[in-house]
Design a protein around this ligand. Sequence first.
Ligand code: KIV
Length: 268
Amino acid sequence: MISLTDLRKFKSEGRKFSCLTCYDASFAKALQQAEIDTILVGDSLGMTIQGHDSTLPVSVEDMVYHTRAVARSNSYALIMTDLPFMSYATLDDALQHSRQVMQAGAHVVKIEGGAWLVDTVQALTRNGVPVCVHLGLTPQSVHVFGGYKLQARTRHAADQLLADCQAVVEAGAALLLLECVPAALAKEVTERFGVPVIGIGAGVDTDGQVLVIQDMLGLTFGKVARFVRNFMQEQSGEHAIVDAIKAYHAAVLDQTFPAQEHTFQVEL
Ligand code: KIV
């Protein structure tokens, strides 16, 4: 079984690691067969499973339900679960809701934000809850950003993101996740901080990569983000889904994914 210690070891050895979202038992088993290193029970389930147009309607109860289904069916990957919108706005809420998702089977909780989460990260870590902080494009703040767009596009904004990373790492964050930021900035974060960094739309230099599983299986209807590669279209036969997931894992490890065309190159 993959642990945080393994992810730290992978980082120190330069061995990349794979992560995919997963919300149910069947895909949890497929991910185990493909030896995917980490699973994100993401609040993206608000869109992929529930049909909403954002992650905002997702509840803690939803996250507990899906975490249980995944944890029962995958004994290999490190399981990380999102605390959904406004469920960690106070320390009491963060502690109580982390208890619920950890007791459902999560090994790590993920929260979205920056330096303002320092007290939350400290309180959770002290209470035995490893925390991943998601920075850059944080979908729970889509209405603050005015849409899903590339973040930290200027040197000033990049320095702000670096300061946010520093604050949460000093507070005890076990992992960072960067979404939709320039590749050069993600490289800087990955090299500067000792904790493993997972990227999505953040270039090839982060320690790990994550995609929403529906996206990499070609099940996205409507606009597909630039950072997505469809691994299903290269497969055929009765094991096509597991083979596509295995191909994703291999491409992350040999760093052929993400390629230039999946990456945001901005001079900072
Ligand atoms: O909820 C989710 O799937 C996520 C990924 C987009 C990283 O947070």
